[in-house]
Design a protein around this ligand. Structure first.
Ligand SMILES: [Cu+2]
Length: 96
């Protein structure tokens, strides 16, 4: 019984370690983005960001106070790259 417990706890420890490593570089950031006037704009920003290696999720909201929320692995992609992709899609990142 003790052996079973120790095997189980070793497995749990390994799993916890793997999860920690996997999540190590995950960062979330919300950016103010101007110029998105309709759902098509926000969809195109999301589409452009999701193609970037390292970007896990992207959610854009258009409007006068437009925002882009992005979840990414900062070991694979830098925030400056994400801002560049948004700019390349034709929109202005307000946060510098
Ligand atoms: Cu639009």
């Amino acid at each position: 019984m003790r052996r079973i417990i120790s095997v189980f706890s070793a497995a749990a420890l390994t799993l916890a370690l793997l999860v920690t490593v996997a999540l190590a570089g995950v960062t979330e950031k919300k950016l103010r983005v101007d110029g998105m006037t309709c759902g098509g704009c926000s969809a195109s920003v999301e589409h452009a960001l999701k193609k970037v290696d390292g970007v896990m999720e992207a959610k854009a909201n258009h409007g006068s106070e437009g925002t882009v929320w992005v979840k990414y692995d900062d070991e694979k992609v830098e925030l400056s790259k994400i801002k560049q992709v948004i700019a390349d899609a034709g929109f202005e990142v307000v946060d510098k």
